[in-house]
Write a protein that binds this ligand. Structure first.
Ligand SMILES: N[C@@H](CCC(=O)N[C@@H](CS)C(=O)NCC(=O)O)C(=O)O
Length: 319
């Protein structure tokens, strides 16, 4: 992580825990918003107007948080408007680096080797974790946001006049329900699998494990009335949030994070739902199982020798 702008490597995700050994995720440090007119969003400074070509997304195919930002970028037709660079999925002693893995290119704006340089370019004294996704403003040369929950909302609404997109993943009439379900899905599933995987006590692991499967059971039952998506026939941001965890479930969370009561493949409605979203236009481009497996099974604290299991195949198709 960065401390006063200096990189320090003495840290592993399981170090971030409470007195009961529960994993705690740090809050994002940059919370500005791009808006259609440049007025400030719910948090942060004003001045980030939605413009063609002005912004850049640093993403990682392995990461569910970056993938939800990438997915909304594609669904909203923003690929010609916002450029994207993918970091190498194998995290190094200096955190995320550029190049050295298929589809991971050179850092295009400054020729940086590591993502922490993007953070200190924006704030020379930055202290905090260096995470993906990062939304960068090329004009003011600073980070707009490193919080994917905010990034998907701005992608959903800020650029409609630039792209002409009419897709609304956060429709007015469903906002309250979306917020409530997002919260449960985030706590119990998206972050819940991490809480199971990085727990350092038996009780913290068991608590997280039960929360993960209670949430999966609730979603399975919600989908059992035959609806296509969580809120019926309309795709919403909650579907994207759920999808990025579900698509990784059998390949990595079941084994490495010990969320192993059952495979997702054994839950008929949830697996059909995951396949339904996976089959939507452009979604395939956001899922790279090789990146996913190499990243997670490369986490030294959980898998010191880095051996990558061959199965289960789950949703993976041969790449
Ligand atoms: N709140 C952030 C969390 C992002 C996050 O934790 N990303 C992980 C990758 S999956 C990361 O970059 N971890 C590196 C680290 O914490 O050092 C978001 O949702 O945007």
């Amino acid at each position: 992580m960065l401390i006063n702008g200096q990189w320090t490597q003495d840290w592993s995700p399981s170090d971030n825990k409470d007195s009961k050994g529960r994993y705690i995720r740090q809050l994002a440090g940059f919370r500005n918003w791009i808006t259609a007119t440049g007025i400030a969003g719910p948090t942060g400074e004003q001045g980030f107007v939605a413009e063609q070509g002005r912004y850049h997304l640093y993403a990682a195919y392995n990461c569910p948080w970056a993938s939800r930002a990438l997915t909304v970028l594609y669904l909203k037709g923003l690929e010609d408007c916002i450029s994207v660079t993918f970091v190498n999925p194998k995290i190094t002693d200096q955190g995320w680096k550029f190049e050295g893995f298929p589809l991971c290119e050179k850092e295009p704006l400054y020729g940086f080797d590591f993502l922490h340089q993007v953070y200190t370019k924006s704030d020379q004294q930055y202290s905090g974790r260096v995470t993906v996704p990062v939304l960068w403003d090329k004009k003011n040369q600073c980070i707009v946001s490193n919080e994917s929950a905010d990034i998907i909302r701005m992608f959903n609404s800020a650029f409609n006049e630039v792209t002409g997109s009419e897709l609304d993943l956060y429709p007015e009439d469903l906002r309250e329900e979306i917020d409530a379900l997002n919260k449960a899905v985030y706590q119990n599933l998206n972050n819940g699998v991490y809480k199971a995987g990085f727990a350092t006590t038996q009780s913290a692991y068991e608590e997280a494990y039960h929360a993960v499967f209670a949430q999966l059971d609730a979603l399975e039952s919600r989908l059992s009335d035959g609806r296509s998506f969580l809120f019926g026939e309309r795709l919403t941001e909650t579907d994207i949030c759920a999808f990025v965890t579900l698509i990784r479930f059998d390949e990595v969370y079941h084994g490495l994070f010990k969320c192993n009561r059952n495979l997702l493949a054994q839950m008929p409605y949830l697996s059909a739902y995951t396949r339904r979203i996976y089959a939507l236009p452009k979604i395939h481009q956001t899922v790279k199982f090789k990146h996913i497996k190499h990243h997670y099974y490369g986490i030294k604290a959980l898998n010191p020798n880095g051996v990558i299991p061959l199965g289960p195949e789950g949703f993976a198709k041969k790449e």
